[in-house]
Design a protein around this ligand. Structure first.
Ligand code: IMP
Length: 424
């Protein structure tokens, strides 16, 4: 029996797509539990590259059931586009996609408010994906959300939309001084989405409980990363959901007692998209070198990712917050040519040393990273398939990460294709 949570242990984009693709083979059900189409999981499959934003990447595997849990926010337009993309590529998802009736819907005003709020913040902007994720989660908590089940009931939907849109139009007109939205237009569009969603909707908590009782293996697919978690990340520079392992429970209605393993995915270095503190960010030409070699451009927005050294302070914290039992270290090959590689083991600020991630944004912004420098291996690793065949200094680097994080590495990735994976 093995129910696994796979979680991003940095600021997202760790390579979860590839890991999910590998683990999906050994799973029966794959579940997304939070976030929305702000995510972008890249998977190479049958010589094609797929980027999935909302549907679990497991959908590429015939016979696997994919669930979009209650913790996810769904933009029906994005879902429609993704379903069409799957059809175009002859991926049969008939009877394999289930959508929680309790998931919240991203509405047109969410996308607009996301954009206007970012504009209003000026220099203090978060650097969101502008997909309406934050405003949708804000409405969920403010009890102004519209859920999938509400859309399926015409009377409830009309009532909810009227109530919420009245408030949103006031906001759009009086605060942002923008055009208001038409009730009739949204109603009509979303009524069409109702037919799109209906075949997939069900109570997914009950489905997952039944799957558990039938000894099915469930893989929980995290989106974004622990440091973007609204509770545990670099607040306010975070996304609006629980991207850490806890989100897998609240975002699906599955009990913690059902989870067997939590795997953390980390890059062999660190990246971040959008604004917010990043202590180990490169300030030298290494930024461009690593960005180019690692193809570090956002899968959803195309924005160049910020790059930096491996940060064991956030690594330690991720192990703690998620209860990571093992680590998958991705993109080791990107470091192949470097003569020296650094690991940040602590931050120093005003005479104090921080080994665990501090909550005070000022410490994270102005603290100085304390580095350990290790010799690089300056040998290609992309062709290596066995841990023992890795260069001596690459093994030293990985061992050092294991020792500092007190967590074993179970997977090392040395390229984007499935075969470029070393199981330790
Ligand atoms: P939002 O999730 O669109 O509200 O964006 C909030 C922050 O999370 C921004 O810094 C985004 O760049 C970041 N973010 C959201 N989704 C992802 C992701 O999938 N990978 C990396 N960063 C993300």
């Amino acid at each position: 029996m093995s129910n696994v949570i796979l979680v991003g242990a940095q600021w997202g984009d760790e390579g979860k797509g590839k890991m999910i693709d590998l683990l999906a083979r050994k799973s029966d059900v794959i579940v997304r539990y939070q976030g929305g189409n702000n995510a972008g999981h890249t998977v190479k499959f049958s010589n094609k590259t797929f980027i999935l934003h909302i549907i679990p990447s497991g959908i590429l595997h015939p016979g696997k059931v994919c669930v979009i849990g209650n913790g996810v926010v769904i933009d029906p337009k994005a879902l429609q586009e993704e379903l069409e993309m799957l059809r175009r590529n002859q991926i049969n998802f008939h009877n394999r996609l289930l959508i929680s009736e309790q998931a919240h819907l991203i509405m047109p005003y969410h996308r607009l408010i996301d954009e206007y709020l970012e504009r209003a913040k000026g220099k203090g902007k978060i650097g969101t994906t502008k997909k309406g994720i934050g405003p949708c989660y804000a409405d969920k908590v403010a009890r102004l959300g519209i859920r999938v089940i509400d859309l399926l009931n015409d009377r409830v939907f009309r009532q909810r939309l009227r109530l919420v849109l009245t408030e949103k139009n006031l906001l759009l007109k009086k605060i942002f001084r923008e055009q208001i939205l038409s009730y009739e237009k949204i109603y009509k569009t979303y009524t069409q989405y109702r037919s799109l969603l209906k075949p997939y909707v069900r109570n997914t908590s009950i489905y997952l409980d039944e799957a558990y009782r039938r000894h099915k293996k469930v893989l929980f697919e995290g989106a974004q990363g622990t440091l973007l978690d609204v509770d545990h990340g670099t607040y306010p520079y975070v996304t609006s959901s629980n991207a850490s392992a806890g989100g897998a429970l609240t975002g699906t209605g599955v009990s913690p007692a059902r989870i067997d393993r939590v795997i953390g995915v980390m890059k062999a270095y660190t990246t971040r998209v959008g604004e917010g503190p990043f202590p180990t960010e490169f300030t030298t030409s290494l930024m461009e070198i690593i960005r180019k070699k690692g193809e570090e451009y956002g899968a959803t927005t195309g924005r160049p990712r910020r790059c930096g050294w491996f940060d064991a302070v956030i690594g330690r914290y991720s192990v703690l917050v998620n209860g990571l039992g093992e680590l998958a270290i991705m993109k080791l090959d990107v470091l192949d040519e470097l003569p020296e590689i650094k690991i940040c083991v602590a931050y120093r600020y005003k005479g104090k040393t921080y080994e665990y991630f501090p909550s005070d944004i000022e410490v994270i912004e102005h603290g100085t990273p304390v580095y350990e420098a290790l010799p690089g291996w300056q040998t290609p690793t992309t062709h290596i398939r066995k841990y023992s065949a890795l260069p001596k200094n690459a093994k030293k680097y990985l061992k050092r990460i294991e020792t500092i994080l007190k967590t074993p590495i179970s997977v090392v990735s040395v390229g984007s294709s499935r075969v470029q994976t070393i199981f330790v």
